[in-house]
Each structure stands twice: as C-alpha cells, then as structure tokens.
Design a protein around this ligand. Structure first.
Ligand SMILES: *[C@@H]1O[C@H](CO)[C@@H](O)[C@H](O)[C@H]1NC(C)=O
Ligand SMILES: *[C@@H]1O[C@H](CO)[C@@H](O)[C@H](O)[C@H]1NC(C)=O
Ligand SMILES: *[C@@H]1O[C@H](CO)[C@@H](O)[C@H](O)[C@H]1NC(C)=O
Ligand SMILES: *[C@@H]1O[C@H](CO)[C@@H](O)[C@H](O)[C@H]1NC(C)=O
Ligand SMILES: *[C@@H]1O[C@H](CO)[C@@H](O)[C@H](O)[C@H]1NC(C)=O
Ligand SMILES: *[C@@H]1O[C@H](CO)[C@@H](O)[C@H](O)[C@H]1NC(C)=O
Ligand SMILES: *[C@@H]1O[C@H](CO)[C@@H](O)[C@H](O)[C@H]1NC(C)=O
Ligand SMILES: *[C@@H]1O[C@H](CO)[C@@H](O)[C@H](O)[C@H]1NC(C)=O
Ligand SMILES: *[C@@H]1O[C@H](CO)[C@@H](O)[C@H](O)[C@H]1NC(C)=O
Ligand SMILES: *[C@@H]1O[C@H](CO)[C@@H](O)[C@H](O)[C@H]1NC(C)=O
Length: 454
C-alpha cells in the first residue's frame, strides 16, 4: 500500500468516517464496485425514470448541457466495466434529446443553449461512436452522424465578422453572452473536429481543427510560455482584445485531448508538442499534498464559489486526461499518477449523505473527508476520475477502420436550424431567467478570480 493511501485511511479512521468508500487502485474489482455505487448516486438526479420527468434530463437546477456531460461519462462507464445494464437508459436519453433536426439544438433549450452546450452532447455521441456503443435504429440518429451534425451546425456559425473568426458563446442572439467568444465553445469545436478526423480519416476535420486552434492562439485564448494555459474568453468589443483570464479544468482538457487525437491521427510533431505543453500547464489544477497530486478546480474551489456547472468540470477533465494518456503513450506515467492520487482522494471524500457514500466537491483535505457538498457534478467528477483508472485496460477509442460501427453522414445537419436568425417567441419569464443566470455567473466570476501562480 502506498503512503498516501495509508494516510487517507488513517485520517479517515481517526475522524471516524466509517462509510468512506474503500478504493484500491490496483484492484479492478474495487474500482468497479466503487463506480457502481457512485453511478447509482449520480442517477438519483435523473428525471427520466421519475413520474412526469423528461427523458434525458436531470432534475433542476442542472442545465441541459450537464446532462450531455453526464451521459458521456456513463457511456465510458458501460465500456470500461463491460456492463450493459445502463445501455438502454443512456441510449434512450441520447436519442430523445437530439431535437427535431437531429443536431442537439432542441427547441426546449433555446432559452439557455449555447455552442458549448451543444458541444457537450456532441462529445457524448462522439464517445458513443468510439466506444461502439449500441447503435440506434434510425440512421439519422447514428452516433457518428449526430456528431457530424453537431460539427456541421457549429462550423456554419463560425463568425468572421467579429475578431476575424471564432464561435460566439451563444447560438441565439437573445441570450446573454452572444457578445462573448469563449474557449469552451471553440474548444468543443476543436475537440470534436479532432475526434472526427481520427475516427473517419477525413482531413477536412483536421483543417477545421487547425483553423480553430489558430484563431484561439491568434486572439490570445491560448498562451505559451513555460506553461500553456487556456483562458476563458473575450468580449467581441475591441476585436476580442480584452481576455478574461480565468482558467478552468475542462477548457485545458478539451484542448489537451484534442491535440492528442490530432497527433494520434496525423503523427504531426506539432500536435505532440502542443499535447505536452498543455499537459505541463495542467499541473496548475493539482494540489501537491505530501507528494500526492490531487485535482481541484483552482479558480473557484479554494474560495468556495463553484457554481453547479463548475462543480462538474473535473469529470470532463478526468475523461480528457484518460483519453490523452491512451493516445499519446508517453503522457501515461504523469497522467496515471494524477488520476491515481486524485481517485484515492476522491474516494476519501465519498462519505456523505444518507447513503454514506455521497461524494464531495473538494478532495484535497483528507482530515475532513466529505466536505458537505453534494450534487450531480460531484458524483460525475468522482465517477470519471475513478473509472479512468481503467482507460488502459480496455481498447483505445475505436475508429471506423478498427472496430467502430457507427454510420457516417458527412452532410448531416446541413439545411437545418444552423444559424441564429429567427428569434423564437420567448415569454418574459424565460428571458429574465436567462439574464439573471448570466448575471449571477458574472458576479461569481468577478468574486472568484484566482490567479494561478505556481
Ligand atoms: C480485490 O477486491 C475484491 C473486493 O473488495 C476482493 O474480494 C479481492 O480479494 C481483491 N483482490 C485482490 C487481488 O486483492
Ligand atoms: C452493472 O451496472 C449496474 C448499474 O450501474 C450495477 O447495478 C451492477 O452492479 C453492475 N454490475 C456489476 C457486475 O458490476
Ligand atoms: C420539452 O418540454 C416538455 C415540457 O416540459 C416535455 O414534455 C418534453 O418531453 C420536452 N422535450 C424534450 C426533447 O426534452
Ligand atoms: C483583430 O484580431 C485578429 C486576431 O487576433 C487579427 O488578425 C486582426 O488583425 C485584428 N484586426 C484589427 C482590425 O485589429
Ligand atoms: C476588460 O474586461 C474587464 C472585465 O470584464 C472590464 O472590467 C474592463 O473594463 C475591460 N477593459 C476594457 C479596456 O474594455
Ligand atoms: C513547440 O511549439 C512552440 C510554439 O509553436 C515552439 O516555439 C516550439 O519550438 C515547439 N517545440 C518543439 C520541440 O517543436
Ligand atoms: C510535492 O511536494 C513534495 C514535498 O511535500 C516535493 O518533494 C515534491 O517534489 C512535490 N512534487 C511536485 C510535482 O511538485
Ligand atoms: C481540513 O479539514 C479540517 C477539519 O474540517 C480542518 O480543521 C482543517 O483546517 C482543514 N485543512 C485545510 C488545509 O483546509
Ligand atoms: C461493434 O458493434 C458491431 C455491431 O453491434 C459489432 O458487429 C462489432 O463486432 C463491434 N465491434 C467491436 C470491436 O466490438
Ligand atoms: C469530409 O468532411 C467534409 C466536411 O464535413 C465533407 O464535406 C466531405 O464530404 C467529407 N469527405 C468524405 C470523403 O467523406
């Protein structure tokens, strides 16, 4: 047993946290059993199996986008543990929420849906294609086709009128944030393009990934230096020159894994270089506790201000780290150490709630164990950090030529509701709601500016 495991256990015993789940990162059975428990807790937030609930949606206050994030993590769960129990549930959710045009811009979500929201559902179905997840009967809902539809509708919104390119945060003009071009929206497009390139061997997707990368780099959303960082975004005013310098785990992960996919497919040294530089920069999201490197959301966790969205970011970051370590093998030692240390610490935090194994937000304090926080994001993050310990024990993401069986339609999504022109009829409540939410996000951002200085 390693030193930190002993420390975690000892402190848990001293503090009488009897329920914390026991994880042995060398024992696949305990990883699986822990993930089963955590997945069960995650699905407590699922609406679709409850009376009057909507298929694919989690209970309020969780936004639609986070459901896309959760399904993406659960697809991996079924694959890593070769457990088909949840497949029908996940499949129904992914199929129900495609929207009438099969592009993940469903009418119900038009008051809040941004490019990033669509992107996270796109990433979920891309993962479904790569994991050879059970194929839908309707060819228009084939996982790959849906991912292509998301890609095509996103690229149709590429906006050269402001800042020489880039996607805006919002799809619809009436939503706050339409004047903002951010890394998560552009990062989703970059990431999906990279994965489509590798899956389909179609170089048009590489060209798009390069276009997005070059734009983000040119504007200053990606910074070089000793460490490469991904900043949050910039308002279109003044040619996107005023960069909002918050750093989030999921943005770093989107770009990191995107580069890893591009290197895996093109073997171009450039992407290898960028993968390593972004990996070096990822170090800022790990707290060194007696040599143990524990993942944390550095921009909001220490100040206790993470909102519901931000509380799920470590889930995607864990997933993207796992993928990177598989696609660019020499990143594996450092990523495995980060995941093992973080998974152990996360397990130590899963001692809350009435079930005794609800997971917390902050994994960095072993004395305390569970920090009293709970929610969909906490469950997702603990699940993904633990299940990615399995990333090397199962096949790498499949492609069309080595195991994937999802139907391709490179033209999917063309001619559908791809642009941002015709406003829908919004009730005043809806509009105010969106505005207030954005205001709250804005205030908490200002309050939580944490400069990540090493
Ligand atoms: C792995 O964990 C399971 C369940 O806790 C246990 O039954 C089994 O003996 C462990 N295997 C090893 C090799 O330690
Ligand atoms: C398979 O997944 C289901 C749902 O999460 C879980 O209840 C079950 O215990 C899992 N089976 C095994 C063998 O781990
Ligand atoms: C849209 O919202 C209505 C009302 O809540 C619900 O009945 C329906 O299932 C939703 N459709 C989707 C695709 O979420
Ligand atoms: C606006 O920014 C882009 C990207 O950084 C740059 O290429 C372009 O020259 C700038 N345009 C003006 C008018 O400053
Ligand atoms: C840049 O953005 C910050 C934060 O949104 C704002 O306070 C500041 O006034 C902006 N500066 C300029 C020159 O627009
Ligand atoms: C990596 O990329 C940076 C930025 O483009 C460049 O300055 C550096 O020379 C590259 N390093 C290698 C080893 O290619
Ligand atoms: C972590 O901290 C320990 C001292 O507690 C130090 O020896 C080690 O080099 C640090 N590791 C990293 C990666 O910074
Ligand atoms: C960890 O939690 C304990 C118990 O809640 C608290 O006393 C201690 O100050 C915390 N340590 C840090 C570094 O926050
Ligand atoms: C992928 O799924 C298809 C259809 O179910 C199946 O024929 C094929 O064997 C699967 N590929 C792998 C690698 O399991
Ligand atoms: C490659 O992708 C592009 C962009 O979606 C598409 O227009 C083109 O038809 C695809 N080519 C092939 C051979 O599938």
């Amino acid at each position: 047993m390693r030193l930190y495991q002993t420390l975690v256990l000892t402190t848990l015993c001293i503090t009488n946290v009897v329920h914390a789940i026991w994880l042995d990162t060398n024992n696949d059975t305990t990883i699986r059993e822990d993930c089963n428990l955590i997945a069960k807790g995650l699905l407590d937030y699922y609406e679709g199996t409850k009376y009057g609930g909507t298929i694919g949606m989690f209970t309020p206050p969780y936004y639609w986008w986070e459901a896309g994030g959760a399904w993406g993590g659960l697809i991996d769960y079924t694959f890593f543990f070769e457990n088909d129990t949840l497949v029908p549930l996940i499949k129904a959710a992914l199929e129900y929420q495609t929207g009438d045009d099969n592009n993940y811009v469903p009418l119900n979500q038009s008051t809040t849906e941004g490019n990033d929201d669509q992107g996270f559902w796109g990433i979920a179905v891309m993962g479904a294609a790569e994991r050879n997840f059970s194929n839908p009967e309707d060819p228009d809902k084939a996982w790959l086709t849906l991912a292509q539809s998301v890609f095509n509708t996103m690229t149709a919104r590429w906006d050269e009128n402001e800042c020489n390119g880039g996607l805006r945060w919002q799809i619809f003009q009436w939503n706050s944030g339409y004047d903002y071009k951010n890394s998560v929206s552009n990062g989703c497009l970059f990431h999906i393009a990279a994965r489509l390139a590798r899956y389909t061997s179609n170089d048009t997707y590489v060209e798009w990934a390069e276009r997005v990368w070059d734009w983000m780099y040119g504007v200053g959303l990606l910074t070089e230096g000793d460490w490469w960082f991904v900043y949050d975004g910039a308002k279109v005013a003044n040619n996107c020159s005023n960069i909002t310098k918050y750093q989030w785990t999921y943005n770093q992960g989107l770009m990191l894994a995107g580069c890893a996919y591009l290197y895996s497919y093109t073997q171009d040294k450039k992407w290898y270089n960028y993968t390593h530089r972004l990996l070096d920069g990822s170090r800022v999201f790990f707290k060194n506790i007696s040599g143990s490197m524990v993942m944390y959301e550095a921009a909001c966790q220490p100040s206790g201000t993470c909102n519901n969205d931000q509380r799920s970011f470590k889930a995607y970051f864990s997933r993207f780290l796992g993928l990177t370590s598989v696609l660019v093998p020499d990143t594996e030692p450092i990523i495995t150490k980060w995941l093992v240390d973080s998974a152990n610490s996360a397990a130590g935090s899963c001692s809350g709630g009435t079930d005794g194994h609800t997971c917390g937000l902050d994994w960095t304090n072993w004395t305390r164990g569970w920090d009293g926080m709970y929610g969909l994001g906490e469950q997702m993050s603990a699940l993904e950090v633990m299940q990615n310990l399995m990333a090397h024990k199962r096949p790498a993401p499949y492609t069309a030529s080595n195991g994937g069986s999802s139907l391709s339609n490179p033209a999917a999504g063309y001619g559908t509701s791809i642009t941002n022109t015709s406003p829908l009829h919004l009730g005043p409540g809806d509009k105010a709601g969106a505005g207030i939410i954005t205001a709250i996000v804005g205030v908490s951002l200002i309050g939580t500016c944490v400069w990540l200085i090493l």
